[in-house]
Design a protein. Structure first.
Length: 269
């Protein structure tokens, strides 16, 4: 199935308001970190289908980023691919400067980029700990810090942080990721309090096990064991996470801020 066909299939999922017809984000500019694949890719496509100009941030996957960029162009909206290492302060600031020079502002920020360096804690190397926290937590600080003042000046913004179910219930071999993602909960609430009077909402989503590159490479026995723990009996789809993020980015969610939304099929309640 081609990328375009896959996206059109996604647009027609049951319950969708008609992404190709209802362009509720027209006129908005959205920056999605880690947008070349997985959840970030689907979020970027969702925004584009609803009329937003989209910044496709990537670092290690230029070919995949180009595929996403070309698909977004086919929807007739503006798109800007930007290679940036969000864990590096200067790189993150350069990205935001480039985006503002191109579009004049950023209305929506989705802090999605993240990495895994899994190991049992008693065997975890300092490098594995440091790298995960640098990308999954400090990266969020770097990008958000570069964007927040322009948002405050314009008195408008939507910030959505992508956390993880591992931050809510723990996960064997992911102490580093769980630590970084659970820190996003406190950051989300603090930012929401500080910026609510400036027209900026800040929320987080905590996906469970989603059909992404990581879960597709799991041994079949491991996947089956995970699915057996999920009450709805399957892994989630990245499009389902994108729908939730899209709602939080739209005007419909203007009275929602400082919240963490679980999307995990009932794995953690």
């Amino acid at each position: 199935m081609t990328t375009t066909n896959r996206v059109l299939e996604y647009a027609a999922l049951p319950g969708e308001l008609g992404a190709l017809r209802t362009r509720r984000l027209t006129g908005r500019v959205a920056l999605v970190s880690g947008a070349s694949h997985g959840i970030g890719r689907c979020v970027a496509l969702h925004f584009a289908q609803h009329g937003a100009a989209v910044v496709v941030n990537y670092f290690h996957s230029p070919d995949e980023a180009e595929t996403v960029t070309e698909t977004i162009r086919s929807f007739g909206v503006n798109v800007l691919p930007v290679c940036a290492d969000i864990s590096d302060e200067e790189s993150a600031e350069r990205m935001v400067t480039e985006v503002i020079e191109e579009f004049g502002r950023v209305d929506i920020l989705v802090n999605n980029a993240g990495i895994h360096r899994d190991a049992f804690f008693h065997k975890m190397a300092h490098d594995a700990w440091d790298e995960v926290l640098r990308v999954n937590l400090t990266g969020v600080f770097n990008v958000t810090r570069a964007i927040i003042n322009p948002m405050r000046q314009r008195q408008y913004g939507r910030i959505i942080n992508v956390a993880s179910v591992a931050a809510q219930c723990g996960q064997i071999g992911q102490a580093n990721c769980a630590a970084a993602k659970s820190a996003l909960f406190g950051l989300t609430k603090s930012l929401a309090l500080e910026n609510a009077d400036r027209g900026i909402t800040v929320n987080a989503v905590a996906p469970g096990f989603i059909e992404t590159r990581m879960t597709r490479t799991m041994p079949e026995g491991v996947r089956e064991k995970i699915v057996s723990r999920i009450p709805v009996g399957r892994l989630g789809r990245p499009e389902e996470v994108a729908h939730l993020v899209g709602f939080l980015a739209a005007e419909d969610a203007a009275y929602i801020t400082g919240q963490v939304f679980a999307i995990n099929g009932g794995l953690y309640m």
